[in-house]
Design a binder for this molecule. Structure first.
Ligand SMILES: Cc1cc2nc3c(=O)[nH]c(=O)nc-3n(C[C@H](O)[C@H](O)[C@H](O)COP(=O)(O)OP(=O)(O)OC[C@H]3O[C@@H](n4cnc5c(N)ncnc54)[C@H](O)[C@@H]3O)c2cc1C
Length: 505
């Protein structure tokens, strides 16, 4: 590449979470070498949901230099140690998918194979007994992960729940201080080069024209640049993930904030509960093939902790992904690039990982087709692996009590997922794939939580004396308790670390 082919200007279309995350990351990485502008329309607004994250958000915040305490105060955030699934495997059953790993003592051997062996010998303890994050979550305790990897507390992974609108505002202030120019206006037309079809400029309703070398499409579900202009195409996954609506409503906070998200299975989907400092966020994600909007709204409103604080809001979506997240000089991030569904809080993370990949594949004005194809392949692979993990939750249910649960339990699933489920069912083996977001511990949590009891375990673990393994597991349980005992309660921790917005406390 010669310097005169370098990207000198970027326009980000959209000021939702994706747009402001892109602005922050690109400004931090590119410094002042590139002119960065963000255009958004207050009239159109943002989707305004997306309040639960996964621990990798800490890496994003570190990458852009966001200070944790101020970020938490400004977004009225709480800490999240995992997700509790209620009535998913079967009615009346619940389990946690905690962050971090199961087991504590690597010297004992392969935790999950030993656990499977002990279960065959009559062990009744749930998996979560052996997870630091799960035990802390159950007791409403949180803490800072130890920096020393030798300390077991280094595995006290946490993420955040935050107010999506306040997060957008926080990032906006941060970006504007770093010199990102925000333009208020509605894009009504897109001008493309007659040859090659690259986007040249965006035309606003008031007639202004905004030109750039590279365009980041963060315009939400419609994908104004990637779809309406570049016609990248959309691959739908609604045969595997049939949910297509969400109705969302905040309610009054009742009682202390749980340091985890709750996902409760409902007649035709599931309901989220996300505790924040000032309110609790709720939503019912459902399929209109199996229920209607009025029934879903009534179900949500009948299942709130406290009084509703607003009118319920309906959101429509189609599960799937954009066939090409990058086409020509347009890169789509966030909802413009697709939407799997919010069950495991992965969308905001995918914005983050899309940005990391974009920086690794950063183009010049020649827009190398090989570079773009490789980026698209990596984005597709990541999305498909996350998709499989989400389908897993539905497909492994033992519920058949409603047409929705019967459908997801009996539908054909992708081969890539079927293979993983079968080898686990047979041998208790956890297949891993390179660069995968969800770790073997996550797959274990959900496969066992949903009710799979593998037929066999790896016979090599029989070389360890059962009595020694049993004693090791008892000691591990006691050690985890002793690590959780001194941890502070959630709100006390936030207050002590100046993370609590005192006006709301
Ligand atoms: C029901 C639901 C629950 C979710 N829960 C989670 C969760 O728990 N965790 C998680 O990680 N993610 C979650 N998500 C996803 C998350 O909300 C999104 O990934 C995130 O908010 C990013 O959205 P966005 O910025 O891509 O789009 P939007 O918020 O829709 O922003 C689009 C932007 O584009 C602008 N725009 C559009 N058209 C124009 C135009 N013509 N001119 C100018 N500007 C324009 C709009 O003004 C707006 O600023 C959830 C999504 C849904 C639907």
């Amino acid at each position: 590449m010669t310097a005169d082919r370098a990207i000198r200007s970027i326009i980000i279309l959209g000021g939702g979470t994706a747009g402001w995350m892109a602005a922050a990351a690109l400004r931090t990485a590119l410094g002042r070498t590139c002119d960065i502008q963000l255009v958004e329309s207050a009239e159109i607004g943002i989707v305004g949901v997306g309040e639960a994250t996964i621990p990798a958000i800490r890496q994003f915040n570190a990458m852009i230099g966001l200070k944790e305490a101020a970020f938490m105060r400004n977004t009225k955030a709480s800490l999240k140690l995992g997700i509790e699934f209620v009535d998913w495997g079967d009615k009346g059953r619940r389990y946690l998918h905690p962050f971090g790993v199961f087991g504590l003592d690597a010297e004992l051997g392969d935790f999950h194979q030993l656990y499977l062996k002990l279960r065959k010998q009559g062990l009744t303890e749930d998996l979560e007994t052996y997870s630091l994050c799960a035990q802390a979550a159950r007791r409403g305790r949180v803490g800072t992960a130890a920096a020393d990897p030798a300390s077991p507390l280094s595995r006290l992974f946490s993420a955040y729940h935050f107010d999506a609108v306040l997060y957008g505002r926080h990032l906006r202030r941060f970006c504007e201080q770093m010199g990102v120019l925000r333009i208020e206006g509605q894009v009504v037309d897109v001008v493309r080069a007659p040859e090659g079809g690259l986007v040249e400029s965006l035309t606003l309703k008031d007639g202004r024209s905004l030109a750039a070398d590279l365009f980041i499409d963060c315009s939400g579900f419609r994908g104004l640049l990637i779809e309406e202009t570049m016609q990248a195409g959309y691959e739908t996954w609604d045969h595997w993930l049939p949910v297509d609506r969400a109705v969302a409503v905040p309610c009054e906070k009742v009682g202390p904030m749980t340091p985890y998200t709750t996902s409760t299975a409902r007649e035709a989907g599931w309901q989220w509960r996300i505790p924040l400092q000032h309110r609790t966020g709720n939503g019912y994600v459902f399929s209109t093939r199996f229920t209607d909007e009025d029934t879903a709204t009534a179900t949500l409103m009948a299942n709130l902790d406290g009084a509703a604080l607003a009118e319920p809001r309906l959101l429509r979506f189609v599960t799937g992904r954009r066939r090409a997240a990058w086409k020509g000089n347009v890169v789509a991030l966030g909802l413009a690039s697709g939407f799997i569904e919010p069950l495991e809080s992965t969308s905001i993370h995918m914005v983050h990982s899309g940005l990391v990949k974009l920086l690794q594949h950063f183009p010049d004005r020649d827009f190398s087709p090989v570079n773009i194809a490789t980026y698209n392949g990596r984005v597709r692979e990541e999305a498909e692996r996350i998709r499989d993990f989400i389908i897993l939750h539905y497909h492994l249910t033992q519920r058949r009590d409603t047409p929705f649960w019967d459908y997801v339990a009996t539908m054909p699933i992708p081969d890539s997922l079927a293979e993983r489920v079968e080898i686990f069912r047979d041998r208790g083996m956890l297949l891993t794939r390179p660069d995968e977001l969800f770790s073997p511990s996550s797959w274990l949590a959900v496969m066992m939580g949903q009710g799979i009891e593998p037929r066999h375990y790896n016979p090599l673990v029989d070389r360890q004396a059962s009595a020694q393994v049993e004693a090791g597991f008892k000691a591990m349980q006691a050690r985890i308790s002793s690590l959780v005992d001194p941890l502070p309660e959630h709100e006390a921790f936030l207050a002590d670390n100046r993370m609590l917005d005192l006006e709301e406390a």
